[in-house]
Design a protein. Sequence first.
Length: 386
Amino acid sequence: MLGYAWHGGVFTASDVLEAVGLTRSTAIDVLEELVARGLVVELPNARAGGEYSKGRPARRFAFRPDAAYVVGVDAGRGNVTATLADLRGSAVAVRRTPVTAARDSAEGRRRAASDVVDAVLADAGRTHSEVAAVCIGVPAPVNARGGSPPHRTDFWHRMNPGFLELFSAWAPLVRIENDASLAAVAEHAVGAAVGYDDFVALLAGERLGAGVCVDGRLLRGAHGGAAEMVAFDHVIGVEGAWGLGHRAAELARKAAAEDRLPAASALRQLDTADIDGRTVLGFAREGDPGALDIARQVGETLAVIAGVLGSVFDSKRVIVSGAVAEGAGPVIEAAVRALPQELDLPAPELVASALGADIVSVGAVFAAVEAARAGALDLLAFAAPG
């Protein structure tokens, strides 16, 4: 019944009976308990609310999204972003802080994450005690216990430096996830994977990362490394986990250095050091001939990547996500033309995300909402009276 209320609008006991299949007396008892717990509020009846009704007016109820709050954190390599949201995922406040070289250590990142969460709570006039769940997204594999495996350069530990222990000191529910997995959560909640149970969210800007959903379940693996992109080091036609933006910039710089760009290409007017992936893909979207040729080459690589992911996971969709998605149209068009050659199974649909650069933050918020929804009835804040 809490799940029904959480997702719906104003409802009556009769609405719940129809959806959940309980007896009226049980439904009323549970609704009154949820009201007492502070998760549901009883509204004025239809007649008191100005809606005419013959006979005995029905009691009306609604979920309380402001009964508590959640915090979603994107603890990226260069920035840490914290979003405070209500229990339905509507953002209340956002704070972002850069991770400078001086803070790019395990302890520095812990302090940065802690500080930015405290700051976003202060901005909204909220306290730790009002937070039901926290989710932190990190650029590292994350296992079911919130930890990351050892890495030969210790990079994964630096990206996930004991965040579970840090936030569990005060937050009742804490979830740590890989950033690409949170991109998948975001796409499934409000993006291009709504209604899809088998898809891949491909973070593809500077480096590749994939969040994979199969049969409606987010894949993690024994060590959190399901779909770890280092595998593409060994795939002909890809040879590395570099993202689409990085590849576009590298190809453009090489073409400029070798004087192979068409005379009509605006890329010829740029200094090599000023060429980046967003610029190249932006020119391609405008029809620049040199940038379009580069987009075609990157698209052929994307077709191989999508073909491998489609073959391994039998995905219905592969969604190009993150900041690079805005300019990925020409790349995706080229990949779609090449994709049928890459696999025997039906080719996955290749689409661009509309969630932009903040997709990991969006996913972190909705993952925190999932944690709150699953654990709300066990939280002291929502304990039944007595």
